[in-house]
Design a binder for this molecule. Structure first.
Ligand code: FES
Ligand SMILES: [Fe+2]
Length: 375
């Protein structure tokens, strides 16, 4: 990929400890935000949530991000497919929202596509001599499922997903991530750049100042960041109690998930799969966020809270779930004003790059390096 000539990323690839944050333009320039769509969102693998978003054959969800719309659907064989939400006749948008169907019918002139993307029927097109249905299947994107997460790429030449994730499996063996079930998925719009949202989720530095009475005391100083190969960053940290509950609601703790590693029993792993999906794997719950740009100063974030089936099957799960969701909501209500304020400050014309705290912001430093190399 070609590097931007308009931005100087040289300080973002310095060794850890000397590395600078991304140039303010990356958060404040409509021009850079536009380029990001092509260089990041249409080039890389994009994490689009958990596999149980689409459970059965024929179930579909339309996802709109990065200036396009895609249809995510399971075909007859339950294989996940992603199609451009545009008809091959004259481009009409095919579907909205979500639902269940046996095939996809265009609302304009009724061309009809099978779940595997083939054009099956096109009324009255026999008269078009050169027309062959075989050449008019839906535009399909690469889709993969790993560890219960869905990944899609608009780039035909993107690397193999297992190469992309390389050490991910090894680093996350301690948690049964693939088996977890989504119990809540919520979307919201936040008035900050999409990268800022993912950054605050991944750093410990703000905890005593932004979350002094909600979750700060739960988090112990994190371990040294893991050195990993692959397009992600990850850091483990011990917790007192569970990071999944507020300090004063710890008596709602669910039991540990089965088969946790010794490390996993002691705390939480924060992982950021570049560019746009991140999660916290705790001993009792996992919550993940996807972030998508809506211009340079707004983003859509999607939160999914996941639990192990052994917890979900408990009689008292419903009331405990409320406490876990309450913690997520409470922390977000504290993070959002901080993010809006950061966005405002970053837009100061004299803002310049800063420096990362090496241990407390290590995932951010890894992302800045990745971004510098991929933009
Ligand atoms: S645009 Fe879809 S059938 Fe005409
Ligand atoms: Fe926070």
């Amino acid at each position: 990929m070609q590097k931007s000539s308009e931005l100087d990323f040289s300080k973002c690839t310095l060794p850890t400890g000397e590395r600078s944050s991304l140039p303010p333009e990356c958060y404040c320039s409509p021009h850079i935000a536009k380029k990001e769509i092509g260089r990041i969102f249409r080039s890389s693998w994009i994490g689009i949530g958990r596999s149980d978003l689409i459970k059965n054959s024929g179930h579909y969800v339309c996802l709109d991000f990065a200036e396009q719309s895609l249809i995510l659907v399971r075909d007859q064989e339950k294989i996940l497919r992603a199609y451009a939400n545009t008809c091959r006749h004259r481009g009409a948008r095919l579907l909205n929202g979500e639902g269940s169907l046996k095939g996809i019918r265009c609302p304009f002139h009724s061309w009809y596509y099978g779940l595997s993307g083939k054009l099956i029927a096109a009324p009255q097109m026999e008269e078009a001599k050169a027309f062959d249905k075989v050449n008019y299947g839906l535009i399909e994107y690469k889709t993969e499922e790993r560890f219960g997460f869905i990944f899609v790429s608009f780039n035909k030449k993107v690397s193999d997903i297992d190469e992309y994730l390389l050490d991910f499996k090894k680093t996350h063996l301690g948690w049964p991530i693939e088996n977890l079930v989504s119990m809540r998925r919520v979307e919201r719009v936040v008035d900050c750049n999409w990268k800022m949202f993912l950054e605050v989720f991944n750093e410990y530095y703000h905890l005593p100042f932004v979350h002094p009475n909600s979750v700060d005391s739960i988090y112990q100083p994190p371990s040294e960041p893991d050195e990993v190969a692959g397009q992600f960053a990850t850091q483990f940290g011990e917790t007192t109690g569970t990071g999944g509950l507020l300090e004063n609601e710890q008596d709602n703790a669910l039991p540990d998930m089965p088969n946790l590693s010794d490390q996993a029993k002691k705390g939480v792993r924060y992982t950021w799969i570049f560019p746009n999906m991140t999660f916290a794997a705790n001993r009792d719950a996992l919550w993940c966020y996807e972030a998508y740009p809506l211009g340079y100063d707004r983003c859509k974030v999607v939160q999914t809270a996941c639990f192990h089936p052994t917890s979900i099957n408990r009689n008292d799960f419903k009331s405990k779930l409320e406490a876990y969701l309450h913690r997520l909501d409470a922390a977000l209500e504290e993070d959002i004003p901080a993010l809006v304020n950061q966005q405002l400050g970053m837009q100061n014309p004299d803002a310049i790059q800063g420096t990362f705290q090496p241990t407390l912001e290590s995932n951010l430093a890894s992302f800045a390096h990745w971004y510098a190399e991929n933009f």
